[in-house]
Ligand binder design. Structure first.
Ligand code: 5RP
Length: 269
C-alpha cells in the first residue's frame, strides 16, 4: 500500500485497537429528508467528538459541517436515484478530484449484486477504485440490500467478496446469522451498517456480535442519531467497538450517560 493509502486507512481504522467507529449520515442522498437529520449540522455536531470518521455526501459536508474539524471524512460518491425509483440504478455523482479537494480519507459507493444493474454498479466500483488508486484514496464498497436482494450470509458473503476482489479497501455490509462466514471469506476489513432503528440494547448487541465475529467496526447511522439520547448511544457503541465492552455493560453506560445528560439540561434551565 502506498503511504497516502496507508495513512488514510489508519485514519478510519484506528491502529491502537484495529477498530473503526464510523458515523453514517449520508441517508438523504436517496431518502431525502430523514428523521433525525432535518438539520444535520445541529444533530451531528455533538456526536462528532466521539466518532472516528464521518460518512456523508459533499452537499451536507459543505453546508453543514465545520471545515476545521479534524474528523476524517468518508465521502459518499454514488447516487442519482431515490426511494421513488429503482435504487439499484446508481451512478457516480462526485469526481475523485472533488474528493481530493475536500481532503477526504475515503470515498464510498453502493453495489447492487443480483440486481438488474449489477454490472454497472460493479464496473462503477472498479472505475472508482482505479481512480482512487491514482490518488491513494481508499474505496469503501457498500453491499446494498433491496427488495430483490437477500440479507443472509450467502448473499452478503457473495457481495462482500466480489467487492474485495474488485479492489475495495473496506466493505460495509449488514450483520446476519453466520456473519463469521461473511468475514472469513472477505480479505479486506468489514464494517456493518446499523440498519433501521432498533431498541438501544439490541443495537449494542448487534455491534458486539459483529466485532466478535471479526468485523472491524460499524458504520452506523439511525441507531445513533435517531436514539432518544444520541450522545449516550455513540459513547456506548464506542465502548463496544474500542473496549470490547459486553452489551450489558455498554447498555448500562448508555443509561448512565442518558441520565447524566438529562440532569445537565435540567440544571442549565
Ligand atoms: C446506505 C448507507 C447508510 O449510510 C447506511 O445504511 C448506514 O446507516 P444505518 O446505520 O442507518 O443503516 O450506506 O446505503
Amino acid at each position: 500500500m502506498d503511504w497516502g493509502m496507508k495513512n488514510r486507512m489508519a485514519q478510519i481504522i484506528k491502529p491502537d485497537t484495529g477498530r473503526a467507529l464510523m458515523l453514517a449520515i449520508d441517508h438523504g442522498y436517496f431518502l431525502g429528508p430523514t428523521s433525525g437529520l432535518e438539520a444535520p449540522g445541529k444533530t451531528i455536531s455533538p456526536l462528532i467528538p466521539y466518532c472516528d470518521s464521518l460518512m456523508l455526501t459533499r452537499g451536507i459536508l459543505r453546508t453543514s459541517i465545520d471545515a476545521s474539524i479534524p474528523t476524517p471524512i468518508v465521502l459518499r460518491v454514488s447516487g442519482g436515484t431515490s426511494i421513488l425509483g429503482d435504487l439499484s440504478n446508481e451512478g457516480i455523482t462526485t469526481t475523485i478530484k472533488e474528493a481530493v479537494r475536500m481532503n477526504v480519507a475515503a470515498v464510498a459507493l453502493s453495489i447492487f449484486v443480483g440486481s438488474e444493474h449489477e454490472k454497472e454498479t460493479l464496473l462503477g466500483l472498479s472505475d472508482l477504485i482505479n481512480e482512487g488508486q491514482e490518488y491513494g484514496i481508499p474505496v469503501l464498497a457498500v453491499t446494498a440490500v433491496g427488495k430483490e436482494m437477500g440479507r443472509d450470509a450467502r448473499y452478503l458473503g457473495l457481495a462482500s467478496r466480489i467487492a474485495a476482489e474488485l479492489g475495495a479497501s473496506i466493505v460495509k455490509t449488514y450483520y446476519c446469522k453466520d456473519f463469521n462466514k461473511v468475514v472469513n471469506n472477505c480479505p479486506v476489513p468489514i464494517v456493518i451498517a446499523g440498519g433501521k432503528k432498533l431498541p438501544e440494547k439490541e443495537a449494542l448487541e448487534m455491534a458486539y456480535a459483529a466485532v466478535s465475529d471479526g468485523a472491524v467496526g460499524v458504520d452506523m447511522g439511525r441507531n445513533i442519531f435517531q436514539s432518544e439520547a444520541p450522545v449516550a448511544m455513540i459513547n456506548a457503541v464506542r465502548s463496544v467497538i474500542h473496549e470490547n465492552a459486553k452489551p450489558d455493560k455498554a447498555y448500562k453506560l448508555f443509561l448512565d450517560l442518558k441520565k447524566k445528560n438529562k440532569s445537565k439540561k435540567v440544571k442549565k434551565k
